[in-house]
Design a protein around this ligand. Structure first.
Ligand code: BGC
Length: 359
C-alpha cells in the first residue's frame, strides 16, 4: 500500500515538474510577433489590433502591438524596435505605403518576413504576403449602390453628386476610388451625373489621413461655393470611400440643414459605430462591412505557416504589385451593409452589441 502511494506521488510530482518545465519553456521560447498599427483614432484599427493580438496569443505567440499615432517616423522606429526585440514576423498597416523602405531593408537583412495588413506596402521586397479585403469590390459596391438608387439608367433630369476618397498615399485608394468611378464615370460622361465642382480626379477629391475634420472642411467649402442645401442648389449624392470621411460629410450636411427627409445619398465603408448610428438616423445611406475578425484570422494563419515553414493561405497572385513584383495575397470578402441587413451582419454575428449601436 505504502509503495503504491509512493509511486502515485512520484508520478504526480513528475507530472507537476513536467508541466512547470513545459510552461516556462513555452513562454520563454514563444516566438514574438510584431504588429504595427497606424493610429488608435479610428475604431477600425483598435478593433483589428485587439483581434489579431487575441488570436496570436491564443496560438501561443507573444505579441508586440504598437500604434504609431499616424506619425510615419514613429511607425518606422516602432518597427525598428520590434526587430531589436527579435520579432520573428512583423505585421504592418502602413501609415504611408511608401515610406518604410529603409527599416524594411533591415527586416529583410535579418530574415524577418513582413506581412502587409490591409494596406499594401510599396517598393519593398521585405513584404512577403499581403492580406486585405477585395478593395476594388468595396468601391464597386458604393458605385453600384449610387447608380441603382439614383436610377441613373433612366434619369431624365441631371443628378448632382460630389466625390470624396482617402489619401493618395494609401494604396487602397487606388482600388476603392476606381472601383466606384468605373461605374459612375460613364454617367458623368453622358451628363446624367453632374459634379458641379468639377473635382473628379483622385488627387482633387483626396482626404489627407482619412480625416473626418478634413472631409468636413472640404464639404463645408463645397456647400458655400455652390450653395448646396435643402432649399438651395440640388445635391443628390456624395460618394465617400469610407466611414471616417463620410462622418465629416454628414456633419457638414447636417449643419447645412439637411434632415432625414432630404438627406443626400452618402456611401461609406467599415461599419464604424458612429456611421451605423448615422445610418439609423438617416444621415448615411450605406457602408461596407469588412469583418476584421476574418482578416485577423487569415493573418494569424499566415504567421503560423511562416513560423512552422508551411504554405500560408493565399487566394490572389495577380492583383497587388508593390513595385518589386506581385505580392501573394489573401483577399477577404467585403459585404454590402445598410439598415436593412445591419442587425444580421453586425449584431447577430456578435460584432457589436445592440446597445453599442443605440443612438
Ligand atoms: C482601410 C479602410 C479604412 C481606411 C482608414 C484603409 O486603408 O482599408 O478600411 O477605412 O484605411 O483607416
Amino acid at each position: 500500500m505504502k509503495r503504491k502511494i509512493g509511486i502515485v506521488l512520484m508520478v504526480f510530482m513528475t507530472g507537476i515538474g513536467a508541466l512547470f518545465a513545459g510552461g516556462t519553456k513555452e513562454t520563454s521560447e514563444a516566438p514574438r510577433i510584431g504588429v504595427s498599427m497606424p493610429t488608435k483614432d479610428l475604431q477600425r484599427w483598435t478593433q483589428d489590433g485587439d483581434n489579431i493580438k487575441m488570436l496570436l496569443e491564443k496560438s501561443g505567440y507573444k505579441v508586440d502591438l504598437q500604434y504609431a499615432n499616424n506619425d510615419i517616423a514613429v511607425q518606422a522606429s516602432q518597427i525598428e524596435n520590434m526587430l531589436t526585440k527579435n520579432c520573428k514576423v512583423i505585421v504592418i498597416v502602413a501609415i504611408d505605403g511608401s515610406s518604410l523602405t529603409e527599416v524594411l531593408k533591415t527586416a529583410k537583412e535579418n530574415g524577418v518576413p513582413v506581412i502587409a495588413y490591409d494596406r499594401l506596402i510599396m517598393n519593398s521586397d521585405a513584404v512577403r504576403y499581403y492580406a486585405t479585403f477585395d478593395n476594388y469590390k468595396v468601391g464597386q459596391f458604393q458605385g453600384a449602390y449610387l447608380r441603382d438608387t439614383l436610377k441613373l439608367d433612366t434619369a431624365k433630369e441631371p443628378v448632382y453628386i460630389e466625390l470624396f476618397t482617402g489619401p493618395t498615399d494609401d494604396n487602397n485608394v487606388n482600388f476603392f476610388f476606381p472601383g466606384a468611378m468605373d461605374i459612375l464615370n460613364p454617367y458623368i460622361k453622358k451628363g446624367v451625373l453632374v459634379v458641379r465642382s468639377g473635382q473628379t480626379e483622385k488627387a482633387q477629391v483626396a482626404t489627407p489621413n482619412w480625416s473626418t475634420e478634413e472631409a468636413q472642411k472640404r464639404m463645408e467649402n463645397l456647400i458655400s461655393a455652390y450653395g448646396y442645401g435643402p432649399t438651395g442648389t440640388k445635391l443628390h449624392a456624395v460618394l465617400s470611400s469610407n466611414d471616417s470621411v463620410a462622418q465629416g460629410i454628414t456633419n457638414a450636411l447636417v449643419a447645412a440643414g439637411y434632415t432625414k427627409e432630404n438627406f443626400p445619398l452618402l456611401t461609406g465603408q467599415d461599419c464604424d459605430i458612429t456611421s451605423v448610428k448615422n445610418m439609423l438616423k438617416g444621415r448615411q445611406s450605406m457602408s461596407v462591412f469588412k469583418d476584421t475578425r476574418t482578416l485577423a484570422g487569415k493573418v494569424s494563419e499566415m504567421i503560423d505557416a511562416l513560423i512552422k515553414g508551411s504554405e500560408p493561405p493565399i487566394n490572389d497572385t495577380k492583383t497587388y504589385n508593390n513595385g518589386t513584383g506581385v505580392i501573394p495575397s489573401f483577399l477577404c470578402e467585403p459585404v454590402f451593409a445598410t439598415i436593412d441587413n445591419y442587425k444580421k451582419l453586425l449584431v447577430e454575428s456578435g460584432y457589436y452589441t445592440e446597445a453599442q449601436l443605440k443612438n
